[in-house]
Write a protein of this length. Sequence first.
Length: 351
Amino acid sequence: MKSARLVEFGQPLRWEEKADPTPNDHEVLLEVISCGVCHSDLHLRDGYYQMGGTEKLFVKDRGVKLPLTPGHEVVGKIIKKGSKVSSVQEGDVKLVYPWIGCGACEECDLENPQLCSVPRSLGIYQDGGYSDRILVPDAKWLLDIYDLSPEYACSYACAGLTAYGALKKAIPLKKNDSLVIIGAGGLGMFASQLVGFLTEAKVIFLDLEGSRLEKLKELGFYTVNSSRSDIAEEVKKVSGSLGVSSVIDFVNNTTTSSLGFSLLKKNGKLISVGLFGGELKIPTPILSLRSLTIRGSYTGSPSELKELLQLVSKNKIRPVPVEIRNFREADFALNDLSSGKILGRVVLSEK
Ligand code: NAD
Ligand code: ZN
């Protein structure tokens, strides 16, 4: 197998070749057809998250071990399976659910492996899909992609699922309510695809990049450039003077989180998703007096991913912008994502 691997934090990925693994028991070996490049892979390559000020949360202290093949948005074709696998066949094309847990804790029992306290996620704690092969520990983590093409389907495992999970936390919203979505990158673009199926509320996207906002404006969304000094006034032109009912923050740094919090009307919700890092300082009386909610959101469960794939396939939801690049360009793709050159998602493939 040939893989782009993280050998040292803060350094470029290295190309490695070794023999294909042999799947045992419940394991399945897939030939990777496509693998999305997520901003989380960039945090992983950096080796830390910003915690506000100069403090850092190091991924090695969260159990990430190197060398590691990143990539958690994977569609592949089954080429070999262990002796105990009967639910899938060689040749099947499947989406990998990457947010695998220990299988023994309370959250795993509740079928929320994404919230497992000893996570084993593929592409983070175990080798992922920046490779031509991926070994999946159990066939139960493989999902149908229905009539979706592998290049578009792969990013539902993270960007799509995370956007869906955040939107579900932001609703219910009435037609006259407003929802602000901060960040129109990969996650934001997937949210733009899905939001109309979950609410009729007015949706306002905020980003620093004018070109992304133009794309969203063409799709009928309200947009505000968050480099403006009068963001709150611009948002209120849409929401009305009381503020917005929900904010989803796909950036979630010090600036955007406090902006998001300040935009909420009474009883409003701030859904924190991004890992750009920072800290949110809030005056505690405001939280109680305005009856506000702040909650985090981390990816989603296998059943939510299945529900999402069915929703997308059944409703023929239009794809987000996807740029296909060769696996060997994984490191360049991360650099371009870091410098804001990507619209939508980059997907790695052999093509
Ligand atoms: P991306 O790089 O594709 O998009 C980020 C977007 O945020 C870009 O459009 C950028 O211009 C915009 N942005 C940056 N700073 C901004 C600011 N101050 N104001 C407004 N917009 C700003 O990244 P992505 O793949 O969409 O991921 C977004 C974040 O979410 C990353 O930190 C990623 O690690 C995290 N993430 C979290 C989860 C989760 O489950 N919580 C899952 C996946 C990704
Ligand atoms: Zn991701």
